[in-house]
Design a protein around this ligand. Structure first.
Ligand SMILES: Cc1ncc(COP(=O)(O)O)c(C=O)c1O
Length: 390
């Protein structure tokens, strides 16, 4: 499959994934380590996205720019076609990224006396952003059965009673790979409404869902409660343009949007950069065929790892996720501590995966592996894992 078989040399490109291993993993020399950690892909972005950025680059003036109406049309059309979600143009506020958007929402809608609820294990900034803003964090640890996570709604409701003002939802879920069902989403909405809690639904992984599963934007099932939902979406994870930095906060409630706008003014926040606007428009207008191929490649990489790795390493279990390009590997059966596992992977295997506790204490005994890379690198990764365990 063309570009999905091509190894693109990424070292010495200021790549966080490939060039920062010494810093991130504390190793002396990362040059022989295969990185399968942070969530960006090793594939070239869709050709129309590259062409749109080149076209912008060829114009030699890089003055201030703004998000044109055509960009908003592209956002609208993508969400209707793909997710059956009719977004009004007015509802869209642009930001540099989903994590900065989370920070903005936390700052705008909570105070230091308030608590913020997350369901763990979960993407680290869900913990870190509230902690750095000195908010109280409440973790509802998810139930895990045979590698599939679900929410214990009794525990969830108890957590909400603890002065929670904001629930940050990961939909689909990173690292669990769960595409939440309509019933689950409705229950979250119902309980948050009962306790007057605002919901931030981070839907950055929405497009990365495998056949047989369907992403449901929270806002589409919330009915009147849509008024208390802010959804974050972006083309960056879907089309591998995270370094370009752009995201959207979508809120149907005008009061919420006004507060977000005031916060942006308070921070002197500008429109996204000229390349981000060009990339976003091209990605949403012309990126779909690339995405279809990507999903096949990722799914097949996952099948390959699930067939080979647990068979070769006793004590390792992997359940295929419903979405994302991230495998959540359960190694509790090996009896190894996280420290020992990471040491083996890095020094014997020369393989960089993410330790589960980066996603909270609930992630202990798991590793996160990014499989959005060529099959040959995936095979290499499996070999390295096996070598680390000998
Ligand atoms: C759930 C989730 N939200 C947000 C991000 C990052 O968003 P951004 O790069 O737009 O800040 C990631 C990246 O992996 C993610 O998994």
């Amino acid at each position: 499959m063309g570009i999905f078989n091509e190894i693109v040399e990424r070292r010495n490109t200021r790549s966080l994934k490939w060039d920062r291993l010494e810093f991130v993993y504390g190793v002396e020399d990362g040059s022989d380590i295969l990185p399968m950690w942070v969530a960006d892909m090793d594939f070239a972005a869709p050709e129309p996205v590259i062409a749109a950025m080149k076209e912008r680059l060829e114009h030699p003036v890089f003055g201030y720019s703004y998000i044109c109406d055509g960009c908003k049309d592209a956002v609208q059309k993508w969400h209707v076609d793909r997710h059956n979600w009719q977004i009004e143009k007015d509802w869209i506020l642009f930001h540099q990224g989903v994590v900065p958007a989370i920070a903005t929402v936390v700052e705008t809608f909570t105070t230091q006396d308030d608590a913020i609820l997350v369901t763990s294990p979960v993407y680290p900034p869900f913990f870190n952003v509230p902690k750095f803003q000195e908010r109280k964090l409440i973790e509802c640890v998810m139930k895990e059965e045979n590698g599939v996570y679900s929410i214990d709604f009794d525990a969830f409701e108890k957590c909400l009673q603890d002065n929670v003002k904001l629930f940050i939802l990961c939909n689909p879920h990173n690292p669990g790979g769960i595409v939440w069902s309509e019933d689950e989403l409705k229950e979250m909405v119902r309980l948050c409404a009962k306790y007057d809690v605002l919901i931030l639904s981070d839907e950055i992984h929405a497009d990365l869902v495998f056949p047989g599963h369907k992403h449901i934007p929270l806002a589409t099932i919330a009915g009147e409660e849509n008024d208390r939902i802010i959804t974050c979406v972006a083309p960056t994870k879907t089309f591998n343009i995270a370094g370009v930095q752009i995201a959207m906060m979508i809120a149907s409630n005008p009061e919420i949007r006004e507060k977000l706008r005031q916060n942006a003014m308070a921070h002197g926040q500008m429109e996204p950069n000229a390349f981000a606007a060009a990339a976003l428009k091209a990605a949403y207008e012309e990126g779909a065929p690339w995405l279809e191929q990507l999903l096949e490649v990722v799914s097949s990489n996952m099948d390959y790892i699930i067939e080979t790795l647990p068979a070769a390493v006793p004590g390792v279990k992997i359940t295929k996720p419903q979405g994302t390009y991230l495998l959540w590997i359960d190694y509790r059966g090996t009896g190894l501590s996280e420290e020992e596992m990471m040491k083996r992977l890095l020094t014997k295997g020369k393989l960089a995966l993410e330790p589960g506790t980066k996603y909270g204490e609930a992630g202990r005994g798991f590793l996160r592996m990014n499989v959005a890379t060529t099959r040959s690198q995936v095979e290499d990764g499996v070999k390295r894992f096996i070598a680390a365990m000998k």
